[in-house]
Structure formats: C-alpha cells, structure tokens
Design a binder for this molecule. Sequence first.
Ligand SMILES: NC(=O)C1=CN([C@@H]2O[C@H](COP(=O)(O)OP(=O)(O)OC[C@H]3O[C@@H](n4cnc5c(N)ncnc54)[C@H](OP(=O)(O)O)[C@@H]3O)[C@@H](O)[C@H]2O)C=CC1
Ligand SMILES: O=C(O)CCC(=O)C(=O)O
Ligand SMILES: [Mg+2]
Length: 440
Amino acid sequence: MPTFKDAKVPANGQKITIVDGKLNVPDQPIIPFIEGDGTGRDIWKASVRVIDAAVAKAFGGKKKIAWMEVLAGQKSFDLNGTWLHDDTVPAFQEYLVGIKGPLTTPVGGGIRSLNVALRQMLDLYVCLRPVQYFKGVPSPVKHPEKVNMVIFRENTEDIYAGIEYAAGTPEAKGLLDYLEKTDAKSFGKVRFGSTAKAEAWHKQLGHGSDQTLQVGIGIKPVSKQGSQRLIYSAIEYAIKHKRKSVTLVHKGNIMKFTEGGFRDWGYELAKQVFRAVEIDGGPWCKIPEGKPGAGLVIKDAIADITLQQILTRPEDFDVIATLNLNGDYLSDALAAQVGGIGIAPGGNINYVTGHAIFEATHGTAPKYADQDVVNPGSVILSAVMMLEHLGWQTAADLILKSLEAAIAAKTVTYDFERQMQGAKKVKCSEFADEMIKHMG
Ligand SMILES: NC(=O)C1=CN([C@@H]2O[C@H](COP(=O)(O)OP(=O)(O)OC[C@H]3O[C@@H](n4cnc5c(N)ncnc54)[C@H](OP(=O)(O)O)[C@@H]3O)[C@@H](O)[C@H]2O)C=CC1
Ligand SMILES: O=C(O)CCC(=O)C(=O)O
Ligand SMILES: [Mg+2]
C-alpha cells in the first residue's frame, strides 16, 4: 500500500479490488475524490450530501462510502506547491474508483490540463458520456426526448497527447528542419514554414506584428490499439444494452491516417472480433446481437455533418465512438440539446484494470465560483454512473428518481429556471436539499 503524505485514509474504509475483470466492492469502499476548482467547491459540497443520503437510504445504513479527499488544482498548489499532489495518482491507482470536480486549465500558456493528465496517467482510455433527456428539463430543441446517445470518446491519444511546440522555439524549428530535409513536399505545405515565406507575405500585406518564422506545431498520434480498445468498449456496451447502432465519428476525409485510420480500424475490429457482416457492399456492417430482431449496425459519419445531424435527426444516432477532440466537441453540443452542461455526466474508465474516475462534462465556470448557484446535476449524475459501476443500482435509482422529482416540482437552479415557465430558482445547495427531500 502506498504511504500518503497529506491524504488521510479513512479508518473504517476498505479497498475495492478487481478479480477476473469483476469489481469486488466492500460495504464501506474507500473512494478518493477531488473537490475541483471554481464552482467545483459548491458542487461537491452539494453532491456528496445527495450521494450519502441515497446510499444510506438504499441500503438502510449497511453500506457507506468512505470518502478520501485527494488534491489537484488550486487547493493542491496552495497546500503543497504542486498542481497535482503526489498523493493523488497513487490514491486513484490503489483504490480503483474515484470521482472528481472540474479543474481549471489556462489557455495558451501555463500548466497543461490536469484533467487530461489524470486520464493519461491512469490510462483511462474511455471517456463515457451518456446524453439522455430527463422529462421536464428545458431544452432549445423541439424534441429533446429523441436524443438518447452514449458517447465513447477516446481519452488518451489525439492532439490531447500534448505534443506541441510553441512558435519560435528550437523544438518547432527543429521539426520544420527535419521535415524540410526528409519530406520536402510536406514541408512545402507548411504555408509559412520558412522565414522567406513569412517575410514575403508581410511585404505583400504590409501589416502584421512579426515577420519572423512563427509556426506552432502539434502532433496528433492515433494508434490502431488505442482506437480499437475504445471501439471494442463501445461495441460491447451496445451489445450489452441492446442498442441499435454504433457510429464511428471521424474526419477521415481530411486526416486520412489518423481519423481515417480510426474508422478503418473500427470496421476491421467489428468484422474480425465481432463477426460483423457488411450491409449492401459495405462499409457499414451488422452484428446479430444488439437491438432484438434488428441487430447492431456499425456505421460511420464525418464529424462536421454529424454535428448538424445530431440536431436535425437525433434518432439516427445511438452509441457514438470517436476520437478525443471530436468527442469533446460532441459532448458539449449534445448536452445543450437535453438541457445544457448543468446536467451532463461522464466517466473516465479503463475496463481492463478497473480504474475509473467519474466527472462532469462541464468545467469550473469561474464566474459563478463560491456563489452557490450552479447546477450540481452533472456531478450528481456522474455519481449515479459511479454507483452503477460499483453495482449499487438501488442507490443510483434513488438519485435518479429524486432528480426527476425535483425537476417535476420545478425547484431548479438558475440554468433551468431561466428557461422554465413558473419555476422556483434555488441555490446549488438547496437543489441538493430538494433532491434529498424527494428521496422520501
Ligand atoms: N473536466 C474538467 O475538469 C473540465 C475543465 N474545464 C476547464 O474549466 C474552465 C472553464 O471553462 P469554460 O470553457 O468556461 O466552460 P465551463 O463548462 O466551465 O462553463 C461554461 C458555461 O457553462 C455553463 N455551466 C458550466 N457549469 C455549469 C453548471 N454546473 N451549472 C449550470 N451551468 C453551467 C455556464 O453557462 P452560463 O454562462 O450560460 O450560465 C458557464 O458559463 C477552463 O479552465 C477549462 O479548461 C472545462 C471542461 C471540462
Ligand atoms: O481539461 C480541461 O480543462 C478541459 C477538458 C474538457 O473540456 C473535457 O474533457 O471535456
Ligand atoms: Mg470539454
């Protein structure tokens, strides 16, 4: 067992373990949590009360989560001088399942994303984001009930790998030099890849702040293994939940060997591992399991038109498997259709090791920090996913029931209230009170 510098291991808690791919969950599992930056503080305080109340009620006090706080973000920096406390990754490694609030990432310079770092360090290769409509939630679309999608977003590769070099650095220059020497044709495609080109443009245009060579470079690694393990999880999920299709969303017409590779490796996996058979000459194919009587269709769609069609014909989409950046865009866009980012849960999961960290899709919404106003729904629903992952379905169901009841009673946070007729606006903490009240 690791020794922790600041994190306190709960005395009565026990470890979740995994045996033959199955989680072994004791009655008082130790669950590490990160409160989060910004609105994370208010949201966590509200959410933990809802989770504890549901577990206590569902199991009559027999089960109880032994929470263990671990630090990341501002709270870690203030205590320890590091953005990711040394205790945090070992705790998630040791106790397998955890939950976190959002963490701030600066734009441009500064630290790289702690959220992405945790996913990469623990190899949480699936970002699972179900998008589901709850009756009564205000929505900008006419038929939000038609949205019932589950996003499987690849969580460890793509441009999120963070292999990026700032314009003007020796590394960026070195990569350009390498390209010039080894692949002149591609080097020619870097529009302003040489000082001569930069200067020529400046002369032609007559304005611009800098004439020197300034090209930022990012690398987008996408592997067959990384793609197939994600798509495998999506197909397995679709079979288990009797869904009708898995759509591989990509931009493979432009990025042929990364996004296009993702699509081709997906079809290959479907055929070789799940014995899918091509429909009408392919590439779409079908697996007999999935929706009873209809089977599971494996298809693909290009990312730009997908962003239109999830809006105009949502019923055509079911389970979606996609790369990291596409999945990031898709999950926020889809959340809007079912009431917004205040009600958009997620989980980062490694189905092989059993490691998982559940977290909302939204960020730290800094303008609302410490005002006790935002919707805690996304973290609470992420906790529902966590409880389901632990097999504590009764507690998960109780939370879902109480959320639906609070919405039906129109006692909601500002984000719903501003779009709902006759609703009563409640604070973040009061929304938790309402939910607990509805647990009976
Ligand atoms: N996994 C993570 O930890 C994530 C972290 N981030 C980070 O968060 C920071 C802020 O990102 P930003 O782009 O502003 O996105 P945010 O998701 O933090 O906020 C954008 C807007 O979404 C709405 N919103 C967010 N959370 C809630 C909530 N709980 N209830 C109701 N509405 C909500 C608000 O809309 P309105 O103004 O309409 O009220 C808010 O202004 C960045 O540093 C970013 O990197 C971002 C995403 C995920
Ligand atoms: O890490 C971040 O700050 C943003 C991540 C994000 O937007 C996401 O995972 O959806
Ligand atoms: Mg995002």
